[in-house]
Design a protein. Structure first.
Length: 334
């Protein structure tokens, strides 16, 4: 895969990508300064902050900062299958009016247990709940139900993020309303999401549950926003606009950082120092904005972790996201 900066057609080579990856591994504390793109004297016009188009596109394309992402995706699918072998197949439920709106429930043994709902990533382009079963063991062993969502992909949604967000919101509402059916405590409902799922998690956290669903305003008791995007202005300027339909209305509605008046739950925001500079900045800025709004937020910087390693850490009680989830839910690891 290559990025081209028109009209000068500057290419990013695989050697340059790997060289940048080595730099980030050697100096994780300064990873946010490591950018993939042309040398300073060859940069094109700036399109956002200090980025030219090549740099901004790369900052929203994980493969350039996590060159082994394909291997990690395969590992996550394999360990998810192994987790199902130990826990048993999950209960699969319909949670919306369309066929794709499904969820998988991995049940804890204790009655009236808290619930963690996971929203997967995949650049909004795809992903399946079955490949995100790997955190289930940690939650179940700690005494919590683990629920993984399936929802529409962006292309099937007509390139409209609002369709995806509505399905995620319906799923969260369904879990709250139907928690007793699988032994869950709806008063201890927590949500988390990674990458584009972190974006959707942020949107769910600023939902007006009373107005839109007739539910209590505080149905979500905590949110874990992992390596996500919370203001879509720079995303709109990146190559992601080639498959996401952006308008001023959509940019505003789908930017959770602009709707913090609706945030009712404490949040934890996490990111790795080997992630793209924009995913790092988005996380820091979001946590700072929540704190500035005088609402509870914790920022976790995971030194040495790249984007895919961050989601993998959700299945580890001693990893940055696993630890953050258990602390948020006030659970001890098994």
């Amino acid at each position: 895969m290559r990025l081209v900066h028109a009209p000068r057609r500057k290419q990013i080579t695989r050697r340059a990508v790997l060289g940048s990856a080595v730099t980030m591994a050697v100096a994780p504390a300064f990873a946010e300064e490591c950018r993939i793109g042309p040398p300073p004297h060859e940069k094109g016009p700036l399109v956002f902050m200090g980025y030219d188009q090549v740099e901004l596109d790369a900052a929203y394309e994980q493969s350039f900062y996590a060159p082994l992402a394909g291997q990690i995706w395969k590992r996550l699918a394999a360990v998810s299958e192994a987790a199902r072998g130990r826990l048993g197949q999950p209960g699969r439920r319909s949670c919306g009016p369309t066929a794709v709106e499904q969820l998988e429930v991995y049940r804890a043994k204790r009655p009236n247990a808290p619930i963690f709902v996971f929203i997967h990533g995949g650049a909004w382009l795809g992903g399946e709940a079955k490949n995100f079963a790997f955190p289930a063991e940690m939650f179940v062993n700690a005494g919590a139900h683990y629920v993984a969502l399936d929802f529409i992909a962006i292309k099937e949604a007509g390139d409209d993020l609002r369709v995806m967000a509505d399905q995620v919101r319906r799923a969260v509402a369904w879990v709250y309303q139907n928690a007793e059916s699988f032994g869950g405590d709806h008063d201890r409902l927590y949500i988390g999401g990674h990458s584009s799922g972190g974006h959707l998690c942020g949107i769910a956290l600023v939902t007006d549950w009373k107005k839109d669903f007739g539910l209590p305003a505080d149905i979500v008791k905590g949110g874990l926003c992992m390596s996500g995007m919370y203001d879509l202005k720079p995303v709109r300027l990146s190559k992601r606009s080639s498959y996401v339909k952006f308008t001023d209305e959509i940019e505003k509605a789908m930017s959770s950082q602009r709707h913090l008046d609706l945030l009712r739950a404490p949040i934890v925001v996490t990111y790795g120092t080997n992630e793209t500079p924009e995913f790092q900045r988005q996380s820091r800025d979001f946590a700072a904005a929540v704190k500035a709004a005088d609402k509870p937020a914790e920022l976790v910087e995971a030194v040495g972790f790249n984007h895919l390693e961050m989601v993998e850490s959700l299945g580890n009680p001693y990893g940055p996201n696993g630890r953050a989830a258990l602390n948020l839910m006030k659970l001890a690891s098994a």
